[in-house]
Write a protein that binds this ligand. Structure first.
Ligand code: AMP
Ligand code: GLY
Length: 421
């Protein structure tokens, strides 16, 4: 079966790597892809919002399955566009992707169905939001309603920070329409955990749990990024907490979406906070694979990813076997100097040829005129080490990460340390 994957980051590279191992996979196309993905798939220069061109391409090449990677085309209805042409597509429709696209929708849904999440209020008027904010204790969390490339959330420890965040979202409109509404919510203390699950309607099949590192610097310092590194499994979080999160959060949410007439199909990704007494609460839902969670989760999948994707699109998820390996995986992201602020592009990369045992997923790379590797994005590469334990996987990841160099390269040196102390 020929496949079209939409997107062009490390997540899509990991998805394509996993799909390419399926005996049923034929030719794989990726729109727009990147230079690393081009080693496994034919990259097609079509943007993720060019729905007409993408559907025409899929029809012309008679692809049997389309897989959507990123959040914003999902929120804009890319799945509906493929379905309207009768093309099988893995991902949620626009009305289900709203669980990620609108934080007010997500919070109201969880509130209505009594699913654990932080207490909150929502506002579309700056004056009322500010008045409410001034009655709340610190720390406090301010969130733009819509998609803001991971930058719409401020955890404020001072009144100035909180009021500045509110002003930027609602008055300065730095996130545009995504900031037309704002959620002000209770701060949750604890450990964060990501659980990604395959979902079709009410059927939920959780993947291996993972933990991301969002702030750019060691010790969780500095501004938030898309994610600087991940690991899986989480040996320091008890199995029954993970089970409780699936049973009290993800499964009821899938049921709630069906009850609301917005059945979810695809990957539902719960960002959770585990309180110090071991209770999971929802921080956010994403309607897609995480980046860089996917880079550590899919290498641990023993079953055939293509079979799973097809089963979800055909509503047969409940019936298929799904096996995970006990192996540990650690992903260290190598980023451009300056990221998440402005960064240079076209910087030459060396050391990509000899990666030892690690998997290297490309996020922002391109080929220079002479065919050499250069940077083309903020997050450049995700280096994934595998091993019997997190400690072994971590050693493998860092050994390979050190071999790859480019001017300005930055990475965190404490990925997965939380699992080791
Ligand atoms: P989000 O973009 O919603 O994933 O939020 C970004 C980050 O902000 C999360 O990964 C958390 O670290 C933090 N965060 C969001 N909501 C809360 C909350 N209610 N309490 C504590 N931290 C939060
Ligand atoms: N790594 C977090 C995300 O994909 O949203």
């Amino acid at each position: 079966m020929d496949i079209l994957v939409v997107g062009g980051g490390g997540r899509e590279h990991a998805i394509i790597w996993s799909l390419s191992r399926s005996p049923r996979a034929g030719k794989i196309y990726c729109a727009p892809g990147n230079a690393g993905i081009a080693q496994l798939a034919e990259c097609v220069p079509i943007g993720v919002f060019e729905f007409d061109k993408l559907t025409a391409f899929a029809k012309e090449r008679e692809v049997g399955l389309v897989v959507i990677g990123p959040d914003d085309p999902l929120a804009a209805g890319i799945v509906d566009a493929f379905e309207a042409q009768g093309i099988p597509v893995f991902g949620p429709r626009k009305n289900a992707a709203e669980i990620e696209g609108s934080k007010t929708f997500m919070k109201d849904l969880l509130h209505k169905y009594n699913i654990p999440t932080a207490a909150y209020e929502k506002f579309s008027d700056y004056g009322s939001a500010l008045a409410y904010l001034r009655t709340r204790e610190l720390p406090i969390v301010i969130k733009a309603d819509g998609l803001a490339a991971g930058k719409g959330v401020t955890v404020a420890y001072s009144r100035e920070e909180a009021e500045q965040a509110l002003q930027e979202i609602m008055v300065d409109k730095v996130f545009g329409e995504a900031g037309a509404q704002v959620v002000i919510e209770e701060f949750l203390a604890g450990q964060e955990m990501s659980i990604l699950a395959f979902v079709d309607g009410e059927t939920v099949r959780p993947m291996a749990a993972a933990q991301d590192h969002k702030p750019v610097f060691d010790g969780d310092k500095g501004p938030n990024t898309g994610g600087m590194g991940t690991y899986s499994p989480l040996p320091h979080i008890a199995e029954d907490i993970i089970r409780e999160a699936v049973e009290t959060i993800i499964e009821p949410t899938a049921k709630a979406m069906v009850a609301e007439g917005r059945p979810f199909s695809g990957v539902l990704f719960a960002g959770l906070m585990i309180s110090p007494d071991g209770k999971p609460k929802t921080i956010e839902f994403n309607a897609r694979f995480g980046d860089p969670e996917t880079q550590v989760v899919l290498p641990r999948l023993r079953s055939d990813l293509l079979e799973i994707f097809v089963a979800v699109t055909e509503g047969r998820l409940a019936d298929i076997p799904m096996e995970w390996s006990d192996e540990a995986a650690v992903c260290v992201v190598l980023a451009s100097g300056g990221y998440p602020g402005p960064y240079p592009k076209g910087v030459p990369i060396s050391g990509l040829e000899d990666n030892g045992a690690a998997l290297v997923f490309h996020a922002g790379t391109a080929r220079g005129e002479d065919g050499s590797w250069v940077t083309s994005g903020g997050r450049v590469l995700g280096v994934v080490g595998l091993g019997a334990t997190i400690a072994e996987a971590r050693t493998a990841a860092y050994a390979s990460a050190e071999k790859i160099t480019f001017p300005g390269k930055q990475h965190r040196s404490d990925i997965a340390m939380k699992a080791l102390i």
